[in-house]
Design a protein around this ligand. Structure first.
Ligand code: AMP
Length: 275
């Protein structure tokens, strides 16, 4: 495994190599990230993982500053997974501040994380574009855990004609059902027992939707159940997998998405299902 910090060094190295399967991460790696690495490995391409905490996708400085950084441990995990290259650039090299690569997100105002984290997806697109320009991967591997992010990145790459195939990987969970996330380490001890409730409530939607009179009645029920148990809910909503907007009456492939705070920690999760 080669750890590379500079763009020019990376450029020289990947020029001589075969097709690349690329996994962008912000580090503090867990089994969810490693599932993406394993998917990449299965393609028999050069596997390249980036670790970069992208300041411009954070909504406030405190969240950015408290984001867990564990580079040493991350590198050990990636070495065990036989990753070929880890790219660890610094902020200056990625040159993100004040230099947004713009992509019109107006058509994608789903009222989900886009609404609750203004500027977040602009920051995501900006860094993904930079990485793809530098690395020129054939495959980009991303998690369904960040469902709206996956949707928007796919759209961006498609509309800007990047010759990149996006592959998605199902959300890896703890035994309790809690979606693995770098933010889980920030959950207060007193909240650990109720954290799995997020996924339990999504499962409840999947199982009980048919019995309910409307989508909004089950969304409201779940939001109120979460609030009763100490969560601060941003959204609980059922959407079309295809558009991420409210489904039309003949759409069958749906996804329930939730974002909620447990203390100061914002967690998101989702579940796909067909009706
Ligand atoms: P992050 O480091 O949070 O930016 O995530 C990097 C990639 O890992 C994104 O494509 C995420 O969707 C994906 N990811 C994060 N958590 C999980 C999980 N629990 N299961 C599968 N993929 C995940």
């Amino acid at each position: 495994m080669k750890t590379i910090k500079g763009i020019h060094e990376l450029g020289k190295f990947i020029l001589q190599k075969k097709e690349i399967a690329f996994i962008p991460t912000m580090g503090n790696l867990h089994d969810g990230h490693l599932a993406l690495v394993r998917k990449a490995r299965s393609l028999n391409k050069l596997v390249l993982v980036s670790i970069f905490v992208n300041e411009i996708q954070f909504n406030n400085a405190a969240d950015y500053n408290s984001y867990p950084r564990t580079l040493k441990e991350d590198l050990i995990k990636l070495r065990k997974e036989n990753v070929d290259i880890v790219f660890v650039p610094n902020k200056k090299q990625m040159n993100t501040i004040n230099n947004f690569i713009t992509f019109d997100l107006k058509k994608m105002q789903h009222g989900l994380c886009d609404k609750n984290r203004p500027g977040h997806f602009e920051g995501v697109i900006s860094i993904i574009a930079r990485f793809c320009n530098i690395i020129r991967p054939s495959y980009l591997i991303m998690g369904k855990k960040d469902y709206q992010q996956l949707f928007i990145v796919k759209k961006f790459l498609n509309e800007f004609c990047y010759p990149i195939k996006v592959l998605s990987v199902n959300t890896k969970r703890e035994q309790s059902g809690l979606a693995m996330s770098s933010r889980n380490s920030l959950i207060a001890k007193k909240h650990l027992l109720i954290a799995p409730m997020l996924y339990q409530q999504l499962t409840y939607i999947k199982t009980n939707l048919k019995k309910m009179s409307s989508l909004s009645s089950i969304e409201k029920k779940v939001a109120s159940e979460l609030e009763k148990n100490g969560w601060k809910v941003e959204y609980v909503t059922i959407r079309s997998q295809k558009t991420l907007f409210i489904p039309t009456c003949n759409e069958r492939k749906l996804v329930a998405l939730v974002a909620a705070y447990l203390g100061k920690v914002r967690l998101i999760d989702n579940i796909e299902f067909c009706i």
